[in-house]
Design a protein around this ligand. Structure first.
Ligand code: GDP
Length: 301
């Protein structure tokens, strides 16, 4: 993770550390911090919040650098943990011996298919019975691609032959297969067309209806896969999806290729959604359950 966040850390965070570590915060230091946070794509809202929190803590005291950094770490961790209603352990958390259905959403290119492959692999490794539903039926290549990932992780993929089949029909079949096989985690790939919000909404709500009807006791999550390299632009996409899907969390991908790791803070602050996983590479192992502690340590240590 530390390696994955190298670019973000080198680009901005080290300078931030140097300024905060000097304490006390005067106006010039605050201005500098503000501009650094904005450069790291932390976003205006989250930046304001961090600055205010820092000022409150450090006001008038001459704070030793170690203590100032510790304050900053606490502020960031608390921000990242805020959307979690219960205390959260950084582990893989589907309920055992129950059907968990995770809808994986996001625009094409965000890393949806790769993420599904990685989660399937993690599920297998963690002893879950896993299945993939290839409901991105719009792109012919998507089904093939998800099958490749399925075979890499040894997880079966339920797909419909033929192009442009109804995604909800695939979900229907996938749930039937999941119930018959006592699957614990069903990952559902969904279409990533953002051009038409209404279509997206209709499709996702139809899938939801099928799930409610066919698997009323399943624990359903809706995860948005978001490309971290897009920084603030990705957030606009995220807003569209959060209107169309009842999102329960975000998977932030491509953190290895960007200095915009600060977008994690913007996602949490602006969307009120927890980050659930982070992707930091193209390989099957390059996905981690998110931990605010790990993340902040990797950034600021
Ligand atoms: P989809 O269209 O959303 O299904 O996106 P894909 O899963 O096909 O991924 C698009 C590209 O991003 C591929 O080249 C992936 O290898 C790459 N990718 C996905 N996740 C990551 C990541 O965490 N880090 C890096 N560096 N590349 C990634």
């Amino acid at each position: 993770l530390r390696q994955g966040l190298d670019k973000t850390r080198r680009g901005i965070v080290n300078q931030l550390k140097a300024i905060v570590g000097q304490g006390p915060l005067n106006q010039a230091a605050v201005d500098e911090i503000e501009s650094l946070l904005l450069q790291a794509d932390v976003g205006v809202e989250a930046t304001d919040y961090i600055i205010k929190a820092l000022q409150k803590q450090l006001r008038e005291e001459v704070t030793p650098p170690d203590k100032a950094i510790a304050y900053l770490k606490t502020i960031l961790r608390d921000m990242l943990d805020a959307p979690l209603k219960t205390s959260y352990k950084p582990s893989f958390t589907p309920e055992k011996e129950n059907l968990n259905i995770w809808l994986i959403t996001g625009v094409n290119g965000a890393g949806k298919t790769t993420t599904i492959g990685k989660i399937a692999h993690l599920a297998q490794k963690s002893g879950y019975k896993c299945l993939i539903g290839a409901a991105d039926t719009f792109r012919a290549a998507a089904v093939e691609q998800v099958k490749v990932w399925g075979s890499r992780s040894g997880v079966e993929v339920i797909a419909n032959p033929g192009q442009n089949t109804d995604p909800a029909a695939v979900v229907f079949d996938a749930i039937a297969a999941a119930v018959a096989r006592e699957t614990e985690l069903l990952l559902v790939d969904t279409a990533g067309r953002l051009q038409n919000k209404k279509n997206l909404m209709d499709e996702l709500s139809k899938i939801r209806r099928i799930i409610d009807k066919k698997a009323p006791n399943a624990k359903v999550e809706s995860l948005l896969v978001l490309d971290a390299t897009l920084g603030q632009n990705g957030l606009r996409q995220a807003e569209v999806f959060s209107q169309a899907a009842q999102l329960s969390g975000v998977v932030l991908t491509k953190l290895d290729g960007t200095a915009k790791g600060g977008v994690a803070l913007a996602v949490v602050q602006q969307l009120g959604l927890p980050i659930r996983f982070i992707g930091a590479g193209e390989g099957i192992e390059d996905l981690r359950p998110f931990s605010s502690y790990e993340f902040v340590e990797a950034l600021l240590s």
